[in-house]
Design a protein around this ligand. Structure first.
Ligand SMILES: Nc1ncnc2c1ncn2[C@@H]1O[C@H](COP(=O)(O)OP(=O)(O)OP(=O)(O)O)[C@@H](O)[C@H]1O
Ligand SMILES: [Mg+2]
Length: 295
């Protein structure tokens, strides 16, 4: 376990708004979380009882972790009139995995003992297992790829743990993220109350991420608010950045500050040319890595 937080808490604001996705996706996520956390106990035992599982699956840098953390705070805010929410962050990298089966036992202990005890403390509890496939990775240290079979095994340990937790503490919400779309279909689909597949931002979203990243900078250096509101520039930069994930788009905007010593010293001197140059470099880098990947 890496962290136990009491929510809502002001310093957990931010992630929910930082990820730009179809608003219907956020609505579904929030609605699912609120239903499970608020009414999971009352629905327990009925044929329509939710499993209490939300899965976020998609390529790296597409906002899975940020959305999951944001969801905890957004749900906690919505439920605040009915009491506080505990967010438990489970770090799959922290499980011993030298011996076959050891990590499964540790996961089982977590779900049978630690989590039920934590879930008894506050009215609502959400458990976040970020990068669930990491449970399988270290055992595979000798090979170069994570074997989908091992990913299945790791996720199976989590899923059977979920059943135990659900029996003891209905109304606990488990949110899981994974890069492995293959592992998702079989292991998760049948139980997930909601599966969200995150993907690379499309041409309409990229300029919005550019704009949001610039607004972040403008919050520190108000002289940049002109750039932050220049929609035509965001679209131009955005066209160059097609194919990049959200993380790399944000990094490109921030990286534009470090192309010249002057902007590094005085970020308020950032200009449109800097952004366009940074975007072209990022696009060239993407093209080069795609080419070497194809070779
Ligand atoms: N659709 C998006 N809109 C805005 N920002 C985004 C989007 N997708 C990713 N980002 C930004 O990219 C950064 C990385 O996101 P995050 O860590 O949540 O991705 P992830 O899917 O969990 O990646 P990984 O699989 O590598 O763990 C964050 O700063 C996030 O705000
Ligand atoms: Mg992540």
């Amino acid at each position: 376990m890496t962290g136990v937080h009491a929510l809502p808490s002001d310093h957990h604001d931010g992630p929910w708004d930082a990820v730009i996705v179809d608003p219907r996706v956020k609505e579904r996520l929030l609605a699912t979380a609120v239903l499970v956390l608020r009414h999971g106990r009352r629905l327990a035992g009925s044929a329509v009882a939710p499993h209490g599982l939300v899965v976020l699956a998609g390529p790296p840098g597409t906002g899975k972790t940020t959305l999951a953390q944001g969801l905890a705070q957004a749900a906690a805010r919505a439920l605040a009139p009915h009491g506080a929410t505990t967010l438990v962050e489970v770090d799959p990298h922290a499980f011993p995995s030298e011996m076959l089966g050891e990590s499964q036992r540790a996961v089982s202990r977590l779900f049978r003992e630690d989590l039920p005890e934590l879930a008894a403390r506050r009215p609502h509890t959400m458990v976040l297992v970020d990068e669930v496939e990491a449970l399988a990775v270290r055992r595979q240290a000798a090979s170069f790829d994570t074997n989908p079979v091992d990913v299945h095994r790791a996720t199976d340990a989590v899923l059977s743990g979920l059943d135990v937790l659900r029996a003891q503490r209905p109304g606990t919400l488990l949110v899981v993220t994974t890069n492995f779309a293959e592992a998702v279909d079989d292991a998760f689909l049948s139980r997930a109350d909601l599966l969200v597949r995150t993907d690379l931002p499309d041409e309409s979203v990229i300029p919005l991420i550019v704009a949001d990243s610039l607004r972040e900078l403008a919050a520190q250096w108000p002289e940049l608010s002109g750039l932050a509101e220049d929609g035509a520039l965001h679209r131009r930069v955005g066209r160059t950045l097609a194919g990049l994930d959200g993380r790399r788009i944000r990094k490109t905007v921030h990286g534009a500050l470090a192309l010249r010593l002057e902007t590094a010293r005085e970020p308020s001197s950032l200009c449109a040319e800097d952004l366009l140059l940074a975007a072209r470099e990022a696009a060239d880098e993407l093209a080069a890595s795609t080419a070497s990947g194809a070779a």
